[in-house]
Each structure stands twice: as C-alpha cells, then as structure tokens.
Design a protein around this ligand. Structure first.
Ligand code: SF4
Length: 450
C-alpha cells in the first residue's frame, strides 16, 4: 500500500511527519510523492496565518480531486484549532488533534486495515519494551505509538536529508504573546527528557547524519515538565558520538542565558549561529504584545554573544580568528499600533544591531488572540511596503555580513544535492558555500577560506 505524506509549516511539522513516515515504513507501507498514485494521504497542517489555513484547505481538496477514493488523514496545528472545519472537507477520513500525535500511525493503519506483521515490524509486537510507565509519557519513535497521552510530548526527528536532521526536543508554549495562536494549537510548554533526546541523537548519528538542528516551539523553555535544564540538554547532546555540529533553531532572547553562551563559547559542537525572535524593535509594541524583554535587553544579549564568541572586528587575520556569529532575527511588521514612527524605530534598531539575516513576517490577525481586536490595525498595503523595506535592509545586512567574513577560515559540511554540476554546504556561521560537485565530498566536513 502506498501513502503520500504532505507537510505544511515549520521544522517541527517536518520532524513529526518524518517520524510518522518511519512508522509507516516499519509497518510495510510505501511512502510516495503526492502525484504518484497514493492509496492514502496524510497532511500535517499549519495555522500560523490565515493564508496558511487557506493553503491547507486547498491542499486537501487537491488531493481529494487527485484520488477521490483515497482516505485523507489530517493532523497539525490547523487540525487542532479548526477540527470540525477540517473534518467537513470532502475526503477527510480522520482528524488527529494535537494530543493524538502518538496514535496517528497505529490508527491510520487500523483504518487502512493494515496489520503490521510483528515478525517483520518488531516495533509493533505487543511485547515491545519501551517504558510505558515513563512519567513524561514520551512516545518512542517507533515503539510507543500505541501509548496515548494527553498532555505528553511526541518525540520526533527528521530523516529525509543525508547531512542534517531536525530534532524536536520541546513543544508548546506558556507565553501567550498577544498576536500568537501557537499556545492554543500546540498546548503548554513541555519537553522530552534528556535521555530520550540523547537516544534519538544516537539514532540520527547511526543513520550517518552529522548535523542536528534542535527544534521546538519555545526551545529554550526546555525542562518545564522534567525539571531538567536546557544547558544540561546541550551538554548531554554535545557528548553524542557521530554528531559533529548542532544548531539551535530558535530561542527566545531571555532564555539564551549568559551561562549558556559562556558554555557554547568554551568550545563545543554548537555553532556560532542563533535564530532569535525580536518581533518588533520598539519598547511600546514589545510591551503591548506581551514580549518579555526590551530593545535594550535584546541589544545587550546580542552584544554579549558577540563579545564572548567573536574575534573583535578589525583584528588581523591570523588563521585562528573566531568567526562573526550569524544572527537570524524574526521581525513582524504591521502589528496593531505600529505607527510610521514606531516602524522607523524598528528599522533603525535593526540597522544598529546588524544581524546577518532578518526573517520578515507581515502580521496576520489570528481569531481569538487579544491583538486581533486591538485598535490601530495596519492596512495591508502599508504592511506590504514595510515588508519590502525590511527585506531590502536584510539583503544589505546579509551582504555586509558575508563581506565581514571574507578571507576567514571556516568549516563546511557538504550536502548531497547536486545542482547545475555544483554542490553546497553551510559554514559554522551559516554562510552558504558552493563548489563543483564531487560525490566523495558528500556529507564530509572541510576547512575552507570564505
Ligand atoms: S513565545 Fe513564540 S510561540 Fe510562544 S506565544 Fe510567543 S510568539 Fe507564540
């Protein structure tokens, strides 16, 4: 039986879909592309904007038109927040809520009348020894599908790429920023225990993957339900053999503590690359949106990371210099109350901060959030102008960042994809490097001069 898995949304969704896929493969199903004659479909949805909701609906309708007899199983954030709406779309056989991720595979198999053969799929044998009594109720990647848990976390990692894997270590969020639906869609902040993260990192290493990107909704909030700390997690993962590099996919500025920075700066596998949400660069809107820091706090944190991890700019290149840190900053434009003056303040704040990249998002009104009913809503055409200005600024800052790194030594992890006779990879500080394709270099680390 063929099944096609479709993912919309973030790295977390990719890690989860990839984990479902391994479960279906273990049960004897064949994953295929959505155009390749699938007998069933699984769609992992996103609800970060109204556009995302629309995309999910049209994706489901497209698949139903493609094969009206194929049942469609739907999970993810849109399915969580609008389950009845999704269930009403023609072709949808089952909607899985956020707390049901652990049963997506076994219940889909049941619906498809697929009985995994215990002989060939030990993970499905009744006596598979996971730790059913585990307080954290962690769902084992393959074995624990049968364990249902309400507020538990579904451990997951992606295995589609040869060089890099997204490892989900945390889910949910307790912050309830006033524009955000994620806490409603993904529940309260919780995490897998460190031992489970280490077990999955070893599995990833055993598959020959050399780089792990730690993902979560509020990754730095790791430890909320296990009493462990994010720093302890990093230290434990740093010891896993076979993994050469780690990146932290996104971390709130107030959770990137000086202790964590000092440890990373002391020489570890964690790369000089941080993705940090700012959202807006003026204190009035940070406060009105319920963000937990000021622009001064944010600037001080970036300055601290730079002073701890970089060789001061202008110092002579001796070959031992430390690379400039790559900061990718999330910014949302057009939040309610964002006057032209306040937008200019965000613009100037980013110019002074000089991140390597700005991820620009136009604010999207989310029903049920306080911001959706706030005064001072910004017209779409004004939002579009501001997005364009920040994207222009991003291009300038990114090119300045690359210029600052010119002539410096770095290490690249070469990826497997060949494009027009070339191959590519990222340096420690996330600069993209390409070279003529050489199959022997795939998934190898190489020292280069940027
Ligand atoms: S911290 Fe992030 S995920 Fe949590 S509520 Fe705020 S914006 Fe949403």
């Amino acid at each position: 039986m063929k099944i096609a898995l479709v993912t919309l949304g973030c790295k977390l969704n990719y890690a989860e879909t990839s984990t479902y896929e391994r479960g279906f493969i273990a049960a004897g199903l064949e994953p295929v592309g959505w155009r390749d004659g699938a007998d069933a479909f699984l769609v992992n949805t996103c609800t970060v904007t109204e556009t995302a909701n629309r995309k999910c609906r049209s994706e489901i309708r497209k698949l139903h038109r493609l094969n009206p007899s194929a049942p469609i199983f739907v999970t993810g954030c849109y399915a969580e927040l609008r389950s009845e709406e999704v269930a009403a779309i023609e072709g949808v056989a089952r909607v899985f809520r956020a707390s049901e991720k652990a049963v997506v595979v076994p219940e889909t198999l049941e619906f498809l009348r697929v009985k995994p053969d215990a002989a060939t799929s030990p993970a499905f044998s009744p006596d598979f020894v996971g730790d059913p009594t585990s307080k954290q109720g962690v769902t084992d990647v393959l074995g624990g599908f049968r364990r249902r848990a309400s507020n538990d976390i579904f451990g997951a990692y992606s295995s589609g790429e040869r060089t890099r894997s997204f490892l989900k270590v945390q889910d949910g969020c307790d912050n309830f920023c006033r524009y955000c639906t994620v806490p409603y869609a993904r529940g309260r902040s919780r995490n897998i225990p460190i031992c489970e993260a280490v077990r999955m990192a070893r599995e990833i290493a055993a598959a020959g993957i050399r780089e792990i990107v730690l993902t979560g909704v509020n990754t730095g909030d790791f430890g909320r339900n296990t009493g462990e700390s994010f720093l302890d997690l990093l230290k434990a993962l740093n010891e896993v053999e076979g993994i050469d590099r780690y990146r932290i996919s996104s971390i709130e500025p107030n959770l990137l503590t000086e202790e964590i920075v000092d440890w990373i700066a002391s020489g570890t596998k964690f790369q000089p690359h941080f993705h940090i949400p700012l959202q807006v660069g003026c204190d009035e809107l940070l406060a009105s949106m319920g963000r937990k820091y000021t622009t001064a706090d944010f600037a001080a944190k970036i300055a601290y990371v730079r002073s701890s991890m970089e060789t001061p700019s202008g110092a002579p290149l001796t070959g031992g210099e430390r690379l400039p840190v790559f900061f990718g900053i999330d910014v949302m434009v057009g939040l309610p109350g964002e006057t032209p003056e306040l937008f200019e303040r965000t613009y100037r704040f980013l110019e002074e901060l000089r991140p390597a990249f700005i991820h620009v998002f136009p604010y999207s009104k989310r029903p049920g959030t306080p911001a959706a009913v706030m005064p001072g809503q910004v017209p779409p055409e004004v939002k579009a102008e501001r997005v364009a200005r920040l994207e222009e600024l991003c291009a300038r800052l990114h090119s300045e960042f690359e210029t600052r790194c010119k002539g410096m030594r770095a290490t690249v992890l070469w990826e497997s994809r060949e494009k027009d006779g070339t191959m590519g990879g990222y340096t420690d500080n996330y600069i993209r490097i390409t070279r003529p394709y050489d199959p022997d270099r795939v998934n190898t680390l190489e020292k280069v001069i940027i």
